[in-house]
Design a binder for this molecule. Structure first.
Ligand code: F6R
Length: 263
């Protein structure tokens, strides 16, 4: 695992957008794993800008999102399908038939989960997986006690997650209580993983995820098992990390990061 700390959320998002840009330019038919949530909004704005201003080409890109709420149709304004269409897919030249999210109102959710897993494998697996982190330490909707080997499945959301996300629905009661999520085992199979965390509210959980012991109580700790995982944080989210100075030294001095350093 590597940790990159940048002064602001804007710079943290810019770095993740640049990592994605590099992947897309080198491998225009890449399979991207995508996340939703407030943190990702600035990232998607930056990708849209790269498309408009420097022709970043999404025409052959295929995407798989981490999760979707159960019980609402894709066209519901609070669905993650709507989120992705609004923030990214409708603003770049992606072929919408190459974008995938679990169907939250599928007649048979277990079957939907099996098919989603099968579909990812049939497309060659995920090249670059983008993640956020919830206050419970979830990645995707892998809430506490998610098995470290779990696959795509339905999962009950914690009260904390429901509180965190209910603002996106007309009334708190409309917020779904369950979701389909890629499992930790699914996420760990991605060839490269980048987790983006910004803001004070993520500081405590990020420190546990990165520097604490691996535990199914905090699913982001599973990322410590991944061979190619980068955590990108702003100063606020990184403020409770013990080894901040070491991580900064590595970013400033290691040749691998040279092309990503500003100035
Ligand atoms: C949603 C997802 C979640 C979010 C997390 C953080 O697709 O993967 O794990 O990344 O809940 O959400 P925000 O960014 O709203 O704090």
């Amino acid at each position: 695992m590597q940790v990159v700390i940048l002064p602001t959320a804007d710079l943290a998002c810019e770095l993740v957008a640049t990592i994605m840009e590099r992947q897309i330019r080198r491998h225009p038919d890449s399979v991207l794993g995508l996340a939703t949530g407030r943190t990702m909004e600035m990232l998607y704005d930056k990708l849209v800008l790269k498309h408009i201003e420097s022709g970043l080409d999404f025409s052959k890109i295929r995407t798989y999102n981490l999760d979707e709420y159960i019980g609402i149709p894709p066209e519901h304004q609070g669905s993650y399908r709507s989120y992705m269409n609004n923030h990214l897919f409708s603003k770049v030249n992606i072929d919408i038939s190459n974008t995938h999210l679990p169907l939250g109102n599928a007649p048979d959710i277990k079957d939907e989960c099996r098919m989603y897993e099968w579909n990812i494998k049939a497309n060659g697996g995920i090249d670059l997986q983008i993640l956020g982190i919830g206050k419970t330490g979830h990645i995707g909707f892998n809430e506490p006690l998610s098995a470290l080997k779990s696959r795509t499945r339905d999962k009950a959301l914690t009260p904390e997650t429901i509180r965190q996300n209910q603002g996106l629905f007309d009334s708190p009661e409309d917020m779904p209580r369950r979701a389909v999520t890629m499992g930790l085992g699914t996420i760990l199979e991605a060839r490269q993983v980048v987790l983006l965390a910004t803001g004070n509210s993520k500081a405590e959980i990020l420190a546990k995820a990165v520097e604490g012991p691996i535990t199914s109580m905090i699913s982001a700790t599973a990322l410590q098992l991944h061979e190619s995982c980068v955590i990108v944080a702003d100063e606020e989210a990184a403020s409770k990390l013990q080894c901040r100075d070491y991580y900064k030294w590595v970013f400033e001095n290691e040749p691998d990061w040279q092309e990503f350093r500003i100035g």
